[in-house]
Design a binder for this molecule. Structure first.
Ligand code: G4P
Length: 296
């Protein structure tokens, strides 16, 4: 991450957005028994909201690593172990294809085990347990809710005023899910986090200088998975090359030239980012539990 500088770094989340999101989550907390925290499996640290503990208090929580189809399975396994050792129940999903989604009710039931048992003991077993999906923008919340809803009918909210406009989706006899997800703001703690969010679509890549973002991404790839550059862009990255030089070589290999035979860096940068977004570079995680140790 050496040479690329950003002229356009701008955060789209202003304090007003954050305050509103915070208020909405606090309102929702009054309605639910448990929380499903959705993360992008490629960037579990950067896609975590730093204030989630304070916001959700002691609500039982299920952590969902979504987009696991785009993440390196070996790295995801390490993340799973990392979160489990912190006492969290973890589920891996690909909400787009539906993989892992049918395990959600059972995982949620496990998270709520003690409360369900206490309720049965007190003879209060009639009301279903209620949960909400929380996550930063674009992490797959709506896709997951739609998957879970399937053809299931949504049941109307039963507290006018508080639940106006919201509905509960009946998952099974014991569980209901709020049909509106809670939107969390992403962390903006460093340039590396900003890049990770832009590369995975949580914030618009245009927020950054696209060429600089792509050049840094190539440096990251060369350091961690150089074979992916070779496979996709058909050249062996030299350890001494700058990120821009790598971008230039990729552009030349792809025949992306502008008049005068100069490489079209802007076009190549956009292509690279799109190909990562589409999974064409392969399953590629951007963070490991070890690399993210310094985040908190
Ligand atoms: P949000 O409610 O959290 O804001 O996110 P949303 O469900 O709208 O999902 C954002 C994008 O991510 C959607 O793509 C969706 O298809 C995709 N997506 C969600 N979950 C997964 C997953 O597990 N794997 C993959 N590969 N994609 C997932 P889109 O922007 O509508 O189009 P496109 O990105 O599919 O082209």
């Amino acid at each position: 991450m050496d040479e690329a500088s950003y002229q356009k770094v701008q955060i789209q989340w202003f304090p007003g957005h954050m305050t509103r999101a915070q208020r909405e989550i606090r309102e929702s907390m009054k309605l639910v028994d448990a929380v499903c925290e959705l993360l992008d499996a490629r960037i579990p640290a950067s896609s975590r909201n730093p204030d989630i503990d304070a916001l959700t208090g002691d609500k039982p929580r299920l952590l969902i690593l979504n987009r696991c189809d785009l993440a390196d399975p070996a790295v995801t396994a390490r993340w799973r172990a990392h979160f489990r050792s912190a006492g969290l129940r973890v589920l891996e999903t690909d909400a787009k294809s539906g993989k892992g989604v049918k395990e959600l009710p059972q995982a949620l039931r496990e998270v709520l085990k003690d409360r369900l048992a206490a309720r049965t003991e007190k003879g209060q077993g009639s009301r279903p347990m209620r949960a909400i999906i929380l996550g930063i923008p674009n992490v797959g919340k709506s896709t997951l809710i739609n998957r879970l809803a399937g053809r299931r009918a949504a049941v109307a909210g039963d507290k006018p005023g508080v639940t106006r406009g919201r509905q509960w989706i009946r998952i099974d006899r014991e569980l209901e899910l709020l049909d509106t997800p809670g939107i969390l703001w992403p962390r903006f703690s460093s340039q590396a986090v900003g890049e990770a969010l832009a590369l995975t679509g949580a914030i618009k890549p245009e927020v950054f200088d696209t060429e600089a973002l792509a050049a840094n991404f190539l440096l990251r790839l060369r350091a961690t998975r150089p074979e992916l550059i070779e496979q996709r862009y058909k050249f062996t990255p030299d350890p001494s090359e700058s990120g821009y030089a790598l971008l230039e070589r990729a552009a030349r290999k792809r025949g992306m030239l502008i008049s005068g035979g100069e490489p079209d860096l802007e076009r190549m940068a956009r292509t690279l980012l799109r190909e990562y977004h589409e999974g064409k570079l392969g399953a590629l995680s951007l963070e490991t539990p070890e690399s993210a140790d310094s985040f908190d």
